[in-house]
Design a protein. Structure first.
Lengths: 440, 226
């Protein structure tokens, strides 16, 4: 593809621009915080218009069902009473927060920004790997990369044909405004030493929101205010990039020094919107993932458009037997872990390790899910002057404003830089690509 | 984005101060660097004494290396630049990504200079990038108060440095006048007693001269809450 070749020729310019604009992520190595440039590969993932149309419909359907599930779980719990999702998987997970019971957030939206991870099989079919409904990160990277690539290699984008992805900030702002209860929009960050700080500050800038951290916001009479030079300024929506447990020391971990004391009371009083709503972890637990297709059928009466990777729950006896018998061919995931941690490939284990792990599964069946290893499509990346194949996934971003659900026509394609690895997370050394959705 | 949190007001002020510290520091040490290029010894100890920093360097060459580039030396210019960056990077929503990029370029140039056998050209780039950063602040920051707070920080630092370096009283008066005029464009509240002392001494020629250490103390304590 000539467009891609042109961009490759400008790769050095793009890398200079990325360094200039400080496109970084943070990580802790041996207890020391380090900022690193996020490795960028110029060979974009290309999704055809027809392919995206199917993804779009499937993702909207899935996020719609997940939001209905959250409303149900913290409300009437019909899906549990009707025996579709076992109680154990809802209430035993750490994602379920009793503090969120009996309250519906503005416009009934729980997951405003959903990051849905997918992989493509070698036959071209897409599989959902996981749903991220808490604080999914990553949209800022393809957003700024596109801007910089357009600057360095305009001929790649001339004549149209690639859907413009620079509307992400507008989509996010529209979502924030739609649920704002009156006041400022704020992006709330745990601070400079968070892995995704670049994204927090970048999205604050692009949406015209205030970037705030602990100590900048306070709650009075169940309303949230920003400390300013001129006194308190009312806050109507908080895009919080801090996990539930640290969000409010009054309601959650009392030792949190990075939260907003009392914000949950303001939220429950309907005086501020929190994006995403606390408690969403109950729906993106790796164990609950298994039930999402059933949710779609239950709430929407529709057949799922997108499929899960073939998954087994050792919680069920039949599945447990299969997992124990086929452990060496499966990938097993600890439901409590994230970021590529807690993922074990049976094929990489010794005979003794397999036997030990079987015992762990027998003792703690609720703790794990097991999946068939999808032989997913390799994408080419540049390795010096050569193209080499690497495993890659796609994080699609779906925004629910309460008025409509929109899938961003782009996404974060992450790839493994290690030829033998399936793990694509930046914290594990992975890089990223832009995602081009063709407009015709 | 027109709202400035209290925390950000402090960051803007210190961003201005650290940026100025690097800029003036680079200019003021030109003569010392020249001596180093010629292989001569220069009076770096006198410079350190004026700046109130330890003169723990083996010779002029060591000074030129470590005062410029030693990240573990809290008084070095690279440390001051990193402090400026640390304040800037948490102000992206106020400064804009475009403006922040000039600070990133200054840091990149300084880090490259630290590794280069010919750092002078790259140090020139650091100064250029700081100037570009200032121009971009003027161009891109929509909130007048934010712009004024950065400039106020820079003015405070410049008065402080000029007093320390024993610059001509007329030069000090001029930079203090800039500081004084800018005070009223921000919501920052100066310590009135210290401000009066500085105004009397630096702007009112009928008042007796005070020793510089007293003036430096007043400048340093002008904004005790920041």
């Amino acid at each position: 593809m000539e467009r891609v070749e042109t961009l490759i020729r400008h790769q050095q310019d793009v890398n200079h621009q990325l360094a200039r604009y400080g496109v970084k992520f943070g990580l802790y190595k041996n207890g020391v915080f380090q900022e690193r440039l996020f490795p960028f590969d110029p060979l974009a993932r290309v999704i055809t218009a027809e392919e995206f149309d199917q993804l779009d419909r499937g993702l909207v359907q899935r996020v719609h069902a997940l939001n209905l599930f959250l409303r149900d779980v913290y409300g009437d719990k019909k899906i549990i009473h009707d025996g579709i999702v076992p109680e154990d998987f809802v209430f035993a997970g750490s994602g379920y927060l009793p503090q969120c019971e009996g309250f519906v957030p503005p416009k009934g939206v729980y997951s405003h920004i959903s990051g849905i991870d997918l992989v493509q099989g070698k036959d071209g079919s897409w599989f959902i790997l996981e749903d991220n409904l808490r604080i999914p990160s990553g949209a800022s990277y393809p957003l700024i990369a596109r801007e910089l690539c357009r600057r360095c290699s305009p001929e790649t984008f001339s004549g149209g044909g690639i859907a413009d992805n620079r509307d992400y900030a507008d989509l996010l702002l529209n979502t924030m405004n739609s649920v704002n209860t009156g006041g400022l929009n704020v992006v709330f960050t745990p601070g400079r030493y968070n892995a995704a700080y670049f994204e927090h500050s970048f999205l604050a800038e692009k949406t015209g929101s205030v970037l705030a951290e602990a100590g900048d916001l306070y709650v009075e009479d169940n309303k949230v205010y920003l400390h300013t030079m001129h006194g308190g300024e009312r806050v109507g929506a908080i895009y919080r990039r801090i996990s539930d447990e640290f969000l409010d020391p009054v309601s959650f971990r009392p030792d949190s020094l990075i939260g907003i004391p009392g914000v949950m009371n303001a939220f429950r009083a309907g005086n501020v919107a929190l994006l995403n709503a606390p408690g969403n972890g109950v729906a993106d637990d790796k164990g609950i993932y298994y039930f999402v297709p059933k949710m779609i059928e239950y709430y929407l009466g529709e057949t799922p458009i997108l499929h899960n990777a073939p998954t087994y729950l050792p919680f069920y006896e039949e599945d447990r037997r299969y997992v124990l018998e086929h452990l060496e061919t499966l990938v097993v995931k600890d439901v409590a872990e994230a970021g590529g941690y807690g993922v074990v490939f049976g094929r990489d284990m010794t005979r003794q390790q397999l036997e030990d792990f079987r015992e762990t599964i027998r003792c703690e069946p609720r703790r794990f899910i097991a999946q068939e290893v999808i032989d997913f499509l390799d994408l080419p990346i540049m390795d010096g002057d050569e193209q080499v194949p690497r495993k890659a996934d796609l994080r699609a971003f779906v925004l629910d404003s309460g008025d409509d659900i929109r899938v961003w026509k782009s996404g974060l394609t992450r790839f493994s830089r290690n030829p033998d690895s399936f793990v694509v997370n930046s914290s594990q050394g992975g890089g990223f690509k832009d995602t081009w959705v063709l407009s015709r | 984005m027109g709202v400035i949190s209290l925390t950000n007001a402090s960051r803007l002020y210190w961003l201005g101060r650290y940026t100025e510290r690097v800029y003036t520091g680079l200019k003021e040490t030109q003569a010392l660097y020249d001596a180093f290029v010629d292989g001569r010894e220069a009076d770096y100890k006198s410079y350190c004494a004026k700046m109130g920093i330890p003169a723990e360097y083996a010779d002029t060459a060591d000074f030129c290396k470590r005062y410029f580039f030693d990240e573990n030396n809290g008084f070095s210019l690279i440390s001051a630049l990193h402090d400026a960056y640390d304040n800037a990077v948490v102000l992206r929503d106020t400064l804009t990504t475009v403006t922040l990029s000039y600070m990133q370029l200054a840091v990149n140039a300084m880090e490259d200079a630290a590794k280069s056998p010919t750092p002078a050209v790259l140090l020139q780039l650091v100064q250029d990038d700081i100037m570009a950063f200032r121009g971009s602040c003027e161009e891109s920051i929509s909130t007048a108060e934010a712009r004024a707070t950065i400039k106020l920080g820079a003015n405070v630092e410049r008065v402080d440095l000029y007093l320390r370096l024993g610059r001509d009283p007329e030069e000090v008066r001029q930079v203090f006048e800039l500081l004084f005029n800018r005070l009223y464009r921000t919501q920052l509240s100066p310590d009135k007693e210290k401000l009066d002392l500085l105004v009397d001494s630096l702007l009112d020629s009928s008042m007796p001269d005070l020793p510089s250490y007293q003036l430096i103390g007043a400048v340093e304590g002008l904004f005790p809450r920041l």
